[in-house]
Design a binder for this molecule. Sequence first.
Ligand SMILES: [Mn+2]
Length: 251
Amino acid sequence: MLKATLLQNKMRTLFISDLHLHESRPEITRAFFDFLHTQAVGAEKLYILGDFFDAWIGDDDDSALNTEVAQELKKLSNSGTDIFLMHGNRDFLLGENFAERAGAKMVDEGTIIDLYGHPTLILHGDQLCISDQQYIAFRKQVRSPQWQQQILAQPLAARRILAAQLREKSQEMNSLKAEDILDVTESEVVQVMKDANVKRLIHGHTHRPARHPLQIDGESAERIVLGDWHDKAWAIVADDNKFELISWDIE
Ligand SMILES: [Mn+2]
């Protein structure tokens, strides 16, 4: 059960990622709604850093899950929390239409936010895993507007079949286990942080939640990795004097 820790301060920002919401895992959806109702309500901002949905075949997919998730986010948005959605490698087809229904804004990968005075780079994280050239090529293809338009032009039923085929094609790509997901390439992390001129990076994707202190040009920096939601849920809670990576059990 979720502990009501440190969460009474209104000026706080939350980060989550890799919920992999799917009809087959209703307990995760319940845990997410519980999180919205207890932790997120009253927060200044909520960032969802990708792979929020396990799959996304277009904003016109009006499944019960998608509709309910949009409604719950919209309630939070209406209560005064700004919600930001970032693409992951599963839900890269999430679009403005869904965001609008959810009362959320899409936020680009690689955005630098001012987190209570700390410039913070936010990413999904797959772009840091550069040792798999095949994946990098796949990513380039599926992120191209032309490819996406071609896919979205197909009828919903055809896209459902395509999604199922994509999942079958690679068992590994379908796995949520950390050992089946590549970890980041450290040199790429340093390069990306240098390019952005930040000392703090938050990402998900690897399903390896941790805080990694590092040195960049002789200065202390930190990479914080959000966890995926399965037995446990993970979030970052930040305010003007705290920054914590927290987790709790999903029942
Ligand atoms: Mn991912």
